[in-house]
Design a protein around this ligand. Sequence first.
Ligand SMILES: [Zn+2]
Ligand SMILES: [Zn+2]
Length: 343
Amino acid sequence: MRASTLTDVGEITVEERERPEPAADEVLVEVGACSVCMTDYHMYHGTFPIETPLVPGHEAAGTVADVGSDVTGFEAGDRVAVNPTVPCNACSYCKRGETHLCENNTSIGGAGDTILDGAFAEYVRVPAINVEDIGDMSFERAALAEPLACCVHGVEQVDLTPSDSVAIIGAGPIGLLLLQAFRNAGAAPIVVSELDPERRELAAELGADAVIDPDEVDPEEAIPEAAGGPVDVGVEAIGLVPTIEQANAVTTKGGSTLIFGVPEQDATLEVSPFDVFFDEVGYRGSYSLTTEDFERAITMLRYGRVDADSLITERIGLDELPTAFERMGDAEGLKKVVVPDRD
Ligand SMILES: [Zn+2]
Ligand SMILES: [Zn+2]
C-alpha cells in the first residue's frame, strides 16, 4: 500500500509499504478520506515534535477491509469513521470516561504520548472499539467527525444553558465547527470575530448572529455591543495569547473563557487572581475528545445538525500534502481532505 510518511522535519514522502494485518482486536480500514489538521501541519514543521518515521493523519473514515480474529461487531465492507484516541481502559481517567486524559495517551496518527501510524495511507489498523458505524454518509463528511467531536467536547467544558451568549475568536475550520456545536447546544446570540472576509461570510451563513472584522473594529468593544453585553462564554479558537486575553476581556462576570486553539507549549498568560476572585471568571481548557463525544459527533453529522460539507474546500492525493501545508500556513481555503485513491 502507499503511505505518506514523515521521515524528518519538513520531509514527507509517499512510501510503498506492506499492507498491515489487523491484530486480534483490530480492524483494517481502507481509507476513504482523511482530513488534514493543524496538528499534521505542526508535526510536519517540527513545532509538534514526533519520532519519525511516522504516517500522520487522524481524521479518517473508510471501509472495513479485514477484521482480527476476536472482532465480532464489524465485518469487511462496513463503512466506519475512525476515532484516533485509543483509551487504555485501565487507568482511573479511562474508568471515569475521561478517555482523552488517559495516562497511556495513545493516538492513531494524532497528538499523543504514543503515536501509532495514521491514515494518510491506503490502509490503517484501528482497534475495533475505535471505529463507529457511519451509515451511508460520505467518507469526507465522516472524516470531520473527529474535529467536530473536539468541538462537542469544548461545549461540554463550559456550563452552557440555552440562550447563553457566546463569542468565538477565529473562524477557521475549528471556529466554524465550534459555532455550529454551540448553536446546537442553544447558545444565543453567537458573535464571531475573524479577519478573513470569506470566513466571516461563511460564519454568517452557518448561523453566527453577528460577525465582526477585528481589523476594522475593536473586538473588546464590538463583541459586547453585538451581543448586548459581555458574553457568557468567550471562546478562543486560534491559540494566541492576545486573542485569549481578548476572549477573556469580553467574558461576563461568572462566565467562562474557553482556551480551545492550541497555544505554544511555552506561552504564558498573565492572570489577575483578584479578577478571577471578584468577577468569578474562569479559564477552561478543552483538549481532544472522549469516546462519547465521537459518537455524538457522528450522530450530529448523520442527522444534518452540522454542515461539514461547506468546510471542505479541497480534495488532494497522498503526494500533495507538502503543498497543502503551504496553503494552510497562508490560511488559504478551509479543510483539505486526502482521498488516497485519487492518484
Ligand atoms: Zn485534528
Ligand atoms: Zn487510560
